[in-house]
Design a protein around this ligand. Sequence first.
Ligand code: NAD
Ligand code: G6P
Ligand code: MN
Length: 443
Amino acid sequence: MKTFILTIAGGGSTYTPGIVKSLLMRKDQFKLEELRMYDIDAERQNKVAVIVKEVVKEMDPSLKLVLTTDPEEAFKDADFVFAQMRVGKYKMRELDEKIPLKYDVVGQETCGPGGMAYGLRTIFPMIELIDFVEKYAKKTCWIVNYSNPASIVAEAIRRLRPNSRIMNICDMPVGVMRNMAAILGVAREELTVDYFGLNHFGWFTKVYVNGEDKLPVLREHARVHGLLTEDMSKVDVQHSDPSWIKTYKNIKYLVDMFPEYIPNPYMQYYLLSDHIVANTNKERTRANEVMEGREKRLFDAVDQYLATGEMNKDAFYVGVHGLFIVDVAISLAFDLRKRFLVIVENKGAIKNLPDDAMVEIPAYITSNGPEPVRVGEIPTFYKGLIEQQLAAEKLLVDAALENSYEKALMAFTMNKTVKSAFQAKQILDDLIEANKEYWPELR
Ligand code: NAD
Ligand code: G6P
Ligand code: MN
């Protein structure tokens, strides 16, 4: 039986225990010969590893687990790398969210100025990671990448490392499909969807169950309830946090106004930005909720385990996030050609968008990578919105590669969440100050 060396880059992530559990749930199909955790923050990674070791002990005790901050040790002969780095950690996420809000602009991890700030921090560390993998890992190694902001990261990789074996993925569409399945009373695996857009900027156009399009049923539900089901805590722990409940509920406004398709929840930040800002606590954003929630639960469980030897199994969970990345890896490993939504270069798939756009669309995942489906032409409303967002993302990558303040200002001005060039400049200047340690210089 084939076995694999797999490295989690960003081993100190709050998601690592859930991903490891998901991997080990599949050990009969996808047998690991060695699991490695790599991070630049040894202290954080060691803490998370307390839990990971327990998961391994329980589920696959003979598996070798390696913790390292050394790229050679991390990636030597690896078959798979799962990337999930958060450059600047939650401390910088909090600033990404709070600085735009000072100007009554959406403050969000991956959307608007906050997402662009995160993008400028992440582009070069991601390229460095790809180079480590190319240097040390097997030539056939695949990187499956969750690191955000995925659209901007994917565009930078397309330009700087066009031949790298990397699959950029997002768990939001599978998260939505989990809710859709609960609404329809079927299993998520029974859904086949059509979808187009950019990452965190797209629409479901068909939702098939047994060949029948259930979008009309979902539309009627979503008009009233958004994409909420009766009891979200039964469906998903993380997405039952108050901010996620609000997000799934907000879909109702969008579906009511534009019933044609079901939007990705992240569309709320662009199309309902005034409503979002008015309903955000500027002192306590999602970063605070995560630090006081997911991160605290995990680290409390570590402390408790070290003190008592007892593991709180509710401190982490697999969720669609953990399931999805392993599904993608298995499809890559065994050429299963399973259909997933992934981020790929357009190359004509969406006929009336540029070939070089990084788009999120369905693709069949083979051992040589994704084979995207043809989407065809998309209607003017969506095309216009996507083109504006795409231009902002491309300008932002230009800014990073050319060290251009002007391009960064264009990117910020172009983003739909920002009202004017004056406002863009104020936010950009504040973010430059806050990101001195991380951003490429902008002149
Ligand atoms: P986290 O802060 O808990 O973990 C991130 C880890 O990355 C930290 O331990 C940090 O030290 C490490 N790191 C930072 N820079 C690094 C580098 N250059 N090399 C190696 N490690 C580095 O964050 P989290 O909330 O668990 O999220 C992890 C990542 O996954 C984030 O990028 C987040 O945006 C992303 N994410 C993406 C999706 C998606 O749909 N694409 C879903 C969930 C999370
Ligand atoms: C979804 C998105 C991710 C994002 C995450 C944030 O899963 O697809 O891209 O990182 O939400 O979740 P959080 O709980 O950290 O706010
Ligand atoms: Mn995502």
